[in-house]
Ligand binder design. Structure first.
Ligand SMILES: C[S@@+](CC[C@H](N)C(=O)[O-])C[C@H]1O[C@@H](n2cnc3c(N)ncnc32)[C@H](O)[C@@H]1O
Length: 384
């Protein structure tokens, strides 16, 4: 996390008052500095380990391996949160030690909630594949060498292309960034010059995200309770995230609050259209794997697109584009493309697949919505 990002943060426990920063370990150019106060830090110093705290409220959040843990008491994994803070306690100045002690005591006696349990289940699911340095190294290799053009191309065409040039030098937020695979390929701040901030519920994916996109700042946080001040981002992007929340519309509403007037929002989510087969039918079970386009956790809701568009309208947003995708043929064709070993040919085959998908959506899907579309991307701009 960079010092410049501190000004964007808000306490996820809702305590008013400023957040302060103590840096235990800092990377400045090629040197490592230890034990710096906020005043001693420079704007672009990378804080490797440290503590963000609301000193009057006694809430403390660790930064470890450059990633900030900004979850509320109800959402956090208490043992991890306490363990990280305790490991840095002796390196901190006195007021921070007090905030750590108060946080530890509170977390040890916290109650559990349905949302908190849901979030911890998501963490466990998405941490699993990348839970060790070895697994993360393997996935990092794959991220760097294997662009998922079937997913990236539509996101680039319908969302990023319209936003990227308008965000130079400004803060952009990615909700549920996961391992930052998409942004590292098609919305990389090294190319477009924006200041990228990503957050996700999975800690281990964020460690990987920082390795995949070193220029980004990453936080563990919940989309239902984004730990950012109102109106600080120029754009917000989210790919396949809100449908994982217990209340997708509440999550989107909370995230929209972080956008500045005139800010852009770009979403790509599964939508609730009638399915090819009835839920629970034998045919559905038999084809479920075949029609699935990527691995999901059990918390797999769908977005009601009409509600989403209505919410944007109520906020006075101008909806610039709605693009439908994922007719029934799309995952099947994707599967065939995945088998091509030549990367250039594979990319062209995905382009063709996307065109066939579009054709299906404008023809067969108009006759029967059971054939799709099953996903949509939405690009909108808030009023200035
Ligand atoms: C299907 S993955 C998509 C990841 C990424 N956006 C991409 O396109 O590759 C869903 C992501 O949502 C994250 N997620 C689930 N619940 C979340 C929550 N409450 N807040 C933030 N992220 C969440 C998961 O950890 C996971 O990384």
């Amino acid at each position: 996390m960079k010092k410049a990002t501190l000004g964007l943060l808000a306490c996820p426990n809702g305590s008013p008052g400023p957040l302060r920063l103590h840096a235990c370990e800092v990377r400045r150019d090629d040197t490592t500095l230890l034990g710096l106060s906020e005043e001693q830090l420079r704007k672009d110093d990378e804080i490797v380990r440290g503590v963000v705290a609301n000193l009057s409220a006694g809430t403390a959040y660790p930064i470890v391996d450059c990633v900030g843990l900004m979850l509320s008491d109800l959402d956090t994994e208490a043992d991890r949160h306490i363990g990280m803070l305790d490991a840095m306690r002796e390196e901190c100045f006195e007021p921070f030690r007090g905030a750590i002690d108060t946080t530890r005591a509170r977390l040890k006696s916290r109650t559990t909630t349905a949302d908190g349990e849901w979030n911890r289940e998501e963490m466990a699911y998405y941490d699993r594949d990348v839970a060790t340095p070895e697994l993360r190294a393997q996935v990092l290799e794959d991220i760097r060498n294997n662009p998922l053009w079937n997913i990236f191309l539509p996101r680039q065409r319908h969302l990023v292309r319209h936003i990227a040039d308008r965000c130079r030098g400004e803060f952009v937020l990615e909700v549920g960034c996961g391992n930052a695979r998409t942004a590292s390929w098609i919305f990389n701040p090294d190319r477009y010059g924006h200041r990228y901030v990503g957050f996700d519920i999975s800690w281990d994916r964020l460690l990987l995200a920082k390795a995949a996109l070193p220029a980004g700042d990453f936080f563990q946080a919940s989309a239902l309770n984004p730990p950012f001040r109102s109106g600080v981002f120029r754009a917000l992007i989210a790919f396949g995230v809100f449908h994982h929340l217990p209340r997708p519309d509440a999550g989107l509403r909370a995230c929209l609050d972080t956008l500045a007037p005139g800010g852009y929002v770009g979403l790509h989510e599964p939508i609730n259209t009638p399915k090819l087969f009835r839920d629970g039918s034998r045919a559905k079970k038999a084809t479920a794997k075949l029609l699935q386009s990527y691995e999901h956790s059990e918390h797999d809701n769908e977005i009601d697109l009409r509600d989403t568009l209505e919410m944007l309208k109520q906020k006075g947003a101008n909806v610039l584009d709605v693009a439908y995708s994922h007719s029934v043929v799309r995952p099947i064709l994707n599967r065939a493309c995945n088998k091509l070993s030549n990367p250039g040919m594979r990319k062209r085959a995905y382009q063709l697949t996307i065109s066939v998908d579009k054709l299906m959506i404008h023809t067969a899907c108009k006759v029967s919505a059971r054939l799709g579309p099953r996903a949509a991307s939405v690009l909108a701009q808030l009023p200035s």
